[in-house]
Structures are given as C-alpha cells and as structure tokens.
Design a protein around this ligand. Structure first.
Ligand code: AMP
Ligand code: GLY
Length: 425
C-alpha cells in the first residue's frame, strides 16, 4: 500500500515507525513531518490544512490510504473535500468527517451528544451572547470550582478551572464579550468540576465495530508533582495500574459502546480514532472530552505496546471489518518522557542544535516532536522537542530507563519532568 501520513508531531513519528513495520506498507509519504519521520519515507512540505495540495498529492502519488494525525483538518472538513474528488473514489481515509470531528471541535456538540445518549459526564449548561445575563446569574450560584470551556478548537487553551466566582465571571466575560478565544469562545460550556484521576482511552472504529487500544495516562502540567501551567503533555505511561477489569468493563459498556451506537443513531459515519479523556471518580468513569484523533504523547506509549500490525488494523477499519480483529498488546509497561524548550508552554526560542541523537542505539525509542533537519544538523523547532519511550516491568523501571536515555540527548535550555509516573511508584 501507498500511505500518506499527515502531521508533524511525536504522534506522527510513532505512527510512521509503526506503519513502516507492516509488510503491507510499500511506500510511506509524510507531510509535513519532522526530522525524525525522515527515515520512514518521502516528505512533502505542504501543511495539514492545505486541502488542495493533499488532494493533488493523493492523485499524483496514487495514494491508497491517508492517515490524518491532528484534529484541525478533520474539523475543517478534509474528509468531505477528498470524498468529493471523483479520481479518489477508492481512497481509504483514517479520520472522521466534519460531523464526527465535531465531538472534538465543539464542546457544546459533545456535551449534547453525551446527554442524548446517556453517557456519563459532568453536568453542564451552555451560554452565548444571547443568554449572557442568565449565564452570569448561573455562575454566581454555581458551587466552586467552576469549569469554563470555550466551545471550539482553542489549541488546548480553552478550558478554565476557576476557584472563585470573580475569576469565573471574568473568564466568562473574556470569552463571550471580548472574544478572547475568537469564534471558539463565543459559546461557553459551564460545567461541574469532577475530582478524580484522569486517564486516556483510545478506540479505533469503523463506525459500527471497534477495538480498544491500551489505555494511558498523560502528565499535562509543566512542573514536577503536577504543578504549574498546562502543556500539550509532558509524558505518559501505559498501562495505568488502577485500571482493572471491572473499570475497563464500565468504560466499555457505559461509554465506548454507547458512543459508537450514538454515532450510528445520529447517522454520523466515523472511521478513525476516538480518544476519550476520562475522569475516574471513586471508581466510576466520566467523560471529560472526546478527541477525533490519537493523543500526543500517549501515542508514543500506545504504539510501542501494540503488537498487532497497525496498517492491517487501519485497513480493516477503513473497510468496515474491525469485527474480525482482536489486538495483541505487550504486557510490559511503557513510559515516555518529553523534553521541551526552556520557557515552554510560554515563550521559548527555537533553532538550537540537538546533540547525542546519532550515538543512540537503534533500540532506543526516540520520537521527534518539534525538530527540523537543517544541513547536517537536527535543530529544535517547537515547544515540545522530542520524547523518549522505554519499557520496564514496572512504571519505576520504565521511567528510569526513559530518563537514562533522556540524559544522553542535549540542547540549550532543555527541560523535562523527572517524575513521570510518580504517583504509581
Ligand atoms: P479538555 O480540554 O476538555 O481536556 O480540558 C483540559 C483539562 O481540564 C482536562 O485535562 C482536565 O484536567 C481539566 N478538566 C476539564 N473538564 C473538567 C471537569 N469537568 N472537572 C475537572 N477537571 C476538568
Ligand atoms: N495529550 C493530550 C492530547 O493529545 O490531547
């Protein structure tokens, strides 16, 4: 098969690494990719929302399957755009259409979907300019803390957890009246705060059947001990020790199955990944969010643990044949530790040379996130720069192995959390 993979993060490096191991993979093309994905196939420089370039590339290079890494092109309608091209009738696409992607693209849509299909989630109300005054009164009477969510895609910054009513009202005002998050914030979801432990669960679905990939836990805060600002994710572990068969069964029957059934009932076709962010409250699963893609850095622990052929699985999904599949998983623990640029998630500099990458053994799982090849040198090109994944018989072992490899790779201003997996040690 000839595959076009879209994206440029650690998730896409892990996908490229895994897809290229499949005997079904004849040629892999990546756009725009990063310095780490270079070894797996030809690169194109067009961006993930350059629909015309993607369409032309699929035709010119006789692509059989497009794998869409990030959410933005899905939310903007890439699938519909490619489906409208008569020359691409047999193209397989991993990623949902616009309606399915709205599970991530609109918090209000996702909440209404969960309510309609009886999927456990925090109680909520939605507000716009039209019922702004009512919103203010609702906030005044709401118990603390209060969770505010800008409706649309806001690059992970659209959620405010407010510890005072004053803070909530200010945030609400900024979202609706001052358009702090642009169009995304003109509708606001106000939600009950759930106290618990977060985990990430990933389903691959063909719209009717599904397989579940190994679960993971990511570490979103910049500082050790889960302190400081939110980031895209500073590390992840899989499996998550407290996820036992009882909890897994609840996750499946109360959330995953009603989600797939709900898509069918609503007439929403869906082929691709559904990433469900859970808050586990006293052993009970509640959905915090849906994403229409895999997580980053969760993919960098999930793909190494997946022993099945990913390309076979994706092909089965695209052909509506996932009912014939069960997946095989490595029982060992995987831990990934992300290295970021100094200053991230606030302002940071790019362009620093990265040393030590070529001295690593082939077995080291280093996934590039924000890197770029410049001449003979790999340089930093983003906030999250690369992540190191290692296996162990426990989280302690896997995390220690990942940290050891981390110390061998350097760039100016590098920072990483030394405590990924800390609560399970
Ligand atoms: P989201 O963008 O929806 O994933 O939200 C970002 C983060 O905010 C989540 O990872 C949670 O840590 C937190 N969060 C979101 N919703 C809630 C909630 N209802 N209760 C507690 N924490 C929440
Ligand atoms: N690591 C969380 C995400 O990918 O959204």
């Amino acid at each position: 098969m000839r595959i076009l993979l879209l994206g440029s993060g650690g998730r896409e490096h892990a996908f490229a690494w895994k897809i290229s191991q499949s005997p079904l993979c004849k040629s892999l093309f990546i756009a725009p990719g990063n310095a780490g994905t270079k070894e797996f196939g030809q690169h194109f420089s067009f961006g993930v929302t350059d629909f015309e370039a993607i369409r032309a590339c699929c035709i010119e290079h006789a692509i059989d399957m497009v794998v869409v890494g990030p959410e933005e092109p899905l939310v903007k309608g890439l699938v519909e755009y490619l489906r409208a091209e008569p020359l691409l009738k047999s193209l397989l696409i991993i990623g949902p259409g616009q309606q399915g992607a709205a599970l991530e693209g609109s918090k209000a849509f996702a909440k209404a979907f969960m309510q309609r299909h009886g999927i456990p989630t925090a109680s909520y109300r939605e507000f716009t300019k039209e019922n702004y005054q009512e919103g203010l009164a609702y906030l005044q009477a709401h118990p603390l803390p209060i969770v505010l969510k800008a409706d649309g895609l806001a690059a992970g910054k659209g959620v405010l957890i407010c510890n005072t009513h004053q803070e909530a009202i200010l945030g609400f005002e900024e979202m609706i009246q001052s358009s702090k998050f642009g169009e995304a914030g003109k509708k606001v979801v106000v939600e009950e705060f759930l106290q618990g432990i977060e985990i990430s669960v990933f389903a691959l679905t063909d719209g009717t059947h599904y397989v579940l990939l190994p679960e993971a836990k990511d570490y979103k805060r910049i500082g050790e001990g889960d302190t400081g600002l939110n980031t895209g994710g500073m590390g992840a572990v899989s499996p998550v020790p407290f996820v036992d068969t009882i909890l897994w069964e609840k996750i499946k029957t109360r959330v995953v199955e009603p989600t797939i059934m709900g898509l069918q009932k609503d007439g929403i076709p869906y082929c691709g990944f559904i990433f469900i962010g859970f808050m586990i409250v006293k052993g009970e699963p509640f959905v915090i969010e849906y994403n229409c893609r895999m997580g980053d850095p969760e993919t960098e622990v999930v793909m190494p643990r997946l022993q099945s052929d990913l390309l076979k699985l994706l092909t089965a999904a695209a052909n509506g044949e996932l009912n014939n599949y069960t997946i095989k998983t490595d029982p060992r623990t995987a831990c990934t530790v992300v290295a970021v640029s100094g200053g991230y998630p606030e302002d940071y500099k790019k362009g620093f040379p990265i040393q030590g990458l070529d001295q690593l053994s082939n077995a080291a799982m280093v996934f590039h996130m924000g890197t770029q090849q410049k001449g003979g040198q790999i340089i930093t090109n983003g906030g999250r720069v690369f992540t190191v994944t290692a296996f162990g018989n426990s989280i302690t072992e896997a995390a220690a192995a990942a940290r050891t490899i981390q110390t061998a790779i350097q760039f100016e201003g590098k920072y990483y959390r030394r405590d990924i997996g800390f609560e399970f040690k």
